[in-house]
Design a protein around this ligand. Sequence first.
Ligand code: NCD
Length: 310
Amino acid sequence: MSVLKGRSLLEPMDFSVAELESIFELADEIIADPKAFAKVCDGDLLATLFYEPSTRTRLSFEAAMLRLGGSVLGFSDAGSSSVSKGESIADTIKTIACYADIAVMRHPKEGAPRVASYNSDIPVVNAGDGGHQHPTQTLTDLLTIRREKGRLSNLKIGLCGDLKFGRTVHSLINSMLRYDDIEFVLIAPEELRVPEYVIGEIEKSGKKYREVSTMESVLPELDILYMTRVQRERFFNEEDYVRLKDSYILDSDKMKLANEKMIVLHPLPRVNEISTSVDSDPRALYFKQAKYGMYVRMALIVKLLGKEVS
Ligand code: NCD
């Protein structure tokens, strides 16, 4: 019986390194033979409660459940649910738990999925809460790194763009702190630097890091470049967004400066920060990363529902 059965995933640190490894090993098995898992969740129902826009996360959860033989229901626009009538998160999840076996929630308010999990007797997965955390994107990122670099330790990772509001950045840094010989290069304009609380965690771990404001000079030394979009929806005023949105644009010329084995990741959606001319570079892995995201979510669902797979 899986030790992850019945658990919720709210922050990446909710699962130990060994538990994460068990998810990645199952994802490897699924990637090797997806058809063998086509009926594992037959009769199970996954609910997607999305109070904020999403393409990849919601559709990859839905695709994951459907590929496991389960079914999906939910809403992708809070305006079309009873939330618009003033229903609380607690009441919504208590009701959904009567219908479904597992719920995935994205919400603009930090901590909302945690409130849901306290009121739920089915597993709740945080699919992004405000500028806080996005643990299943981190599972995606870690699986991609593990498969494409062959390891999760001994890596120098550059994170570039909106490191302040980018929840995927906060979750990824948090998780990578648990692996050996990790070094961070944090590339951001002054206003979009990593929040103090995340810097505090890096310092507590004793891992090496430095904050820089240009990408050119650090490209040759990186094993991984993790690009991010400037998070327009979290800005207080449009002027600041317009001033900062094109701070970094990765293009083919800049890729010439990078190591030939460096991989480029991005949680997507992309706006301008990676020129489409980079897409054909074999080091550009962001679309492959999106595919890994579906497989790792399949593995997560199987584990949280405690399905036996032989
Ligand atoms: C990210 C998110 O929602 O935080 N997208 C995703 O889930 N793949 C990144 C982003 O929106 O910039």
